[in-house]
Design a binder for this molecule. Structure first.
Ligand SMILES: NC(=O)c1ccc[n+]([C@@H]2O[C@H](COP(=O)([O-])OP(=O)(O)OC[C@H]3O[C@@H](n4cnc5c(N)ncnc54)[C@H](OP(=O)(O)O)[C@@H]3O)[C@@H](O)[C@H]2O)c1
Length: 223
C-alpha cells in the first residue's frame, strides 16, 4: 500500500509539557514508525494523566510549549496537520492566545450517552475538526436495550447507529475493531437518523460504567 493511501496519526504524550519533550516525542515517533512524516499529531491531554480529576492545573504554559513544537514540525513539513485531544473550551482559549498556527483537530470522547454538545459546537464554530473517539462507548453502549431498539428500527447494528450518530453531529468518527466483519459493516453507514431520534440520542442517559476500562482517566469523568 502506498504511503499516500494511509492516514497516520499519533500523539504527544500527555506528560510532555516542554518544547524539548514534545519535539523529542515527534522525532521518536517518526523514527519508530520508520516514516518521513505523519498526517496528524495531537497533544493527548491538557493535563498529564496522573493529574486528571486530581488537580485544577490546566498546564497552560506546558501546552503552549508543546504546541510550539507541533507548529515547528508542521512548518518543517514532518507533520501535515496538528491538533489537540481532550481539550475543553477553556484549554483551547488559553492555547489560542499564543498559537501562531490554527488548531486543526480536537479528538474527544463522544458517543451516544456522552455528547458534549457545547464543546462540539465551539470547535466547529472555530473551524476545529472534531474527532469522536470511542464512538461505540468502548463497547459499553452495545449493552443498552433502548439503543438496540432504535438500531433495529433502522435495520442497522448498534455500532452502525453509533457511528452514524457521530457523523451526523458533523464529527469524524474513530471506531475501533479487531474484527474484519465489524470493520466492513462499520463502514456501511449510508442511512439517515431522523431529527427526532437524534434528539433522543443526544439526551440519552449516561452509561453507568465503562466496565474494566473505567480505570482509565479518559473514562473517569470530565477531562
Ligand atoms: N484521544 C484519546 O484520549 C483516546 C482515548 C481512548 C481511545 N481513543 C481512540 O479511539 C479509538 C476507538 O476507541 P475504543 O476502543 O474505545 O472504540 P469504540 O469503537 O468505541 O469501541 C471498540 C469496541 O467496540 C467493539 N465493536 C466495534 N465494532 C463493532 C461491531 N460492529 N459490532 C460489535 N462490536 C463492535 C469492538 O470489539 P471488536 O474488536 O470485537 O469489534 C471493541 O470492543 C481508538 O483508535 C483509540 O486510539 C483515543
Amino acid at each position: 500500500m502506498a504511503r499516500e493511501q494511509l492516514f497516520v496519526a499519533s500523539k504527544v504524550a500527555a506528560e510532555h509539557k516542554t518544547y524539548e519533550e514534545a519535539m523529542a516525542g515527534i522525532d521518536k515517533t517518526l523514527e519508530t514508525m520508520g516514516l518521513d512524516y505523519l498526517d496528524l499529531m495531537i497533544i493527548h491531554s491538557p493535563q498529564p494523566w496522573d493529574k486528571v480529576n486530581q488537580s485544577d492545573d490546566r498546564y497552560v504554559e506546558g501546552n503552549r510549549a508543546a504546541w510550539r513544537a507541533l507548529e515547528d514540525a508542521y512548518k518543517a513539513g514532518i507533520l501535515k496537520a496538528i491538533g489537540i485531544s481532550n481539550f475543553q473550551i477553556g484549554d483551547i482559549e488559553s492555547l489560542v492566545k499564543t498559537s501562531k498556527i490554527k488548531l486543526m483537530v480536537n479528538q474527544i470522547l463522544l458517543h451516544i450517552s456522552n455528547t458534549p454538545l457545547e464543546l462540539v459546537e465551539y470547535c466547529q464554530k472555530n473551524g476545529i475538526t472534531v474527532e469522536a473517539y470511542s464512538p461505540i462507548a468502548h463497547g459499553e453502549i452495545l449493552k443498552q436495550p433502548e439503543i438496540k431498539a432504535i438500531a433495529d428500527k433502522y435495520g442497522v447494528t448498534v455500532a452502525q447507529l453509533c457511528i452514524r450518530y457521530t457523523i451526523q453531529l458533523g464529527t469524524v468518527s474513530l471506531p475501533k475493531t479487531a474484527n474484519p466483519e465489524h470493520m466492513k459493516s462499520n463502514s456501511q453507514v449510508d442511512f439517515e437518523i431522523s431529527d427526532e431520534d437524534m434528539k433522543i440520542l443526544k439526551n440519552f442517559k449516561k452509561i453507568e460504567s465503562y466496565g474494566e476500562s473505567g480505570i482509565f482517566p479518559v473514562y473517569r469523568g470530565k477531562m
